[in-house]
Design a protein around this ligand. Structure first.
Ligand SMILES: [Ca+2]
Length: 384
């Protein structure tokens, strides 16, 4: 008996509260109260004197809207008749704590709207405003929306990749990561996918992948793994196993003489694995850092390359015979002329060519080198 009475009382109370809610939502000249109110500064968006401002909200993970677009339930309330601050209580349409949403502020009179701003219960009491920036609509590139931000909350405009392959927004939704967004972009055959972006942006696949991954803050290693996950690239191996430096090797003269490759530097050169033939090399397991790669071969001038490793990289190496300042693998009158021009000061040799021309060893290029190279070319005293 007692149990039943309580039930009836509750039912009456609930009906009463629905009526109260209905009344306060319909009145626009009275400031509502409550801890879950959020606000929008309509003046910041140039919407002074707007008749209806809608607070459209959806679950950012499921895309489930709390109330249909245009619904009366989404109408905000002016703080005062002469105010341009509008308030709304999203709990009245089912917003709950612990879930992330996106909100779009819409001027129902002009159909102008803001770009998606992330929202959760930490935003209660906060006021959103237009920053003055416009953002490309992720789905329809013909549209732009006003960028809205909260005055206090760290949640910002939702990070997204547009149909043209541009990255907009700032805050990655909690249910995903920039990496996962990138993989989805690579694999989707819809308007949110790479192929669509290629079709409509006029940019190449390579350009889009490069710019999107950079804007999402992904490393080269992330991109390799994402491409592999999307079925667009080879297996780069486990993440965190170090970087790989590889490339081709060009050398001359005898094929019998082996090319030597060595690496030294600030990372982990001692623990790396290295394979090398006379035409190519691969060094794996490198930690990030600065390294010196050295290539040598009999009758060639040893060459070093300074590299900064922070991702897998390719470096094609080329070493040349002593005296071959033109770097074509043979000594001809061109090498004599070129070395002579350097000594005369008419055309300076630079870099590795400086070492190639220094045949006498360590004294810099002088007329002695010109004579020695010429002598080799004439077949008198071969340098090698
Ligand atoms: Ca040459």
């Amino acid at each position: 008996m007692l149990k039943k009475c309580i039930s009836i009382t509750l039912a009456v109370l609930m009906l009463f509260s629905v009526m109260i809610t209905g009344v306060s939502a319909a009145k626009v000249d009275e400031a509502p109260t409550g801890e879950s109110l959020i606000y929008f500064d309509a003046a910041s968006a140039g919407w002074q004197g707007a008749e209806k401002i809608l607070f459209y909200i959806y679950n950012v993970e499921t895309s489930q809207e709390l109330a249909a677009w245009g619904s009366k339930k989404l109408r905000g309330t002016k703080l005062a008749e002469d105010s341009d601050i509008w308030s709304f209580d999203p709990t009245t349409i089912g917003m709950v704590e612990g879930t992330q949403y996106a909100i779009i502020f819409n001027n129902a009179d002009t159909t102008e709207e803001t770009y998606q701003l992330l929202l959760d219960s930490t935003c209660y009491g906060d006021t959103a405003y237009w920053t003055g920036n416009m953002i490309e609509n992720p789905v329809d590139s013909n549209k732009t929306s006003k960028e809205a931000k909260w005055r206090n909350s760290s949640l910002g405009p939702m990070l997204a990749i547009t149909s043209l392959g541009n990255v907009v927004g700032e805050t990655c939704p909690a249910h995903t990561t920039p990496y996962a967004m990138f993989v989805k972009f690579l694999t989707s055959d819809g308007r949110d996918g790479l192929q669509n972006a290629i079709n409509y942006s006029g940019k190449s696949q390579e350009e889009i992948i490069k710019s999107v991954s950079a804007a999402l803050g992904l490393t080269d290693e992330d991109v390799e793994h994402a491409l592999y996950e999307a079925g667009m690239g080879g297996d780069p191996g486990p993440i965190g196993e170090g970087f790989t430096v590889k490339g081709s090797i060009t050398s001359y003269l005898s094929d019998e003489d082996a090319v030597s490759v060595s690496i030294a530097g600030s990372g982990s050169p001692d623990s790396v694995a290295m394979t090398c033939t006379n035409t190519g090399y691969e060094i794996t397991g490198l930690a990030a850092g600065d390294y010196t790669l050295t290539f040598g071969k009999k009758n060639h001038v040893t060459r070093t390359y300074e590299i900064k490793v922070s991702a897998d990289m390719t470096l094609d190496a080329k070493i040349c015979p002593i005296g071959d300042v033109t770097m074509d693998g043979k000594l001809t009158t061109m090498d004599v002329t070129r070395t002579n021009a350097h000594v005369k000061g008419t055309a300076a040799l630079e870099g590795y060519a400086l070492l190639l021309g220094d045949t006498a060893g360590g004294a810099g290029i002088t007329t002695i080198d010109v004579t020695r190279i010429n002598s080799h070319v004439q077949g008198k005293n071969p340098l090698w």
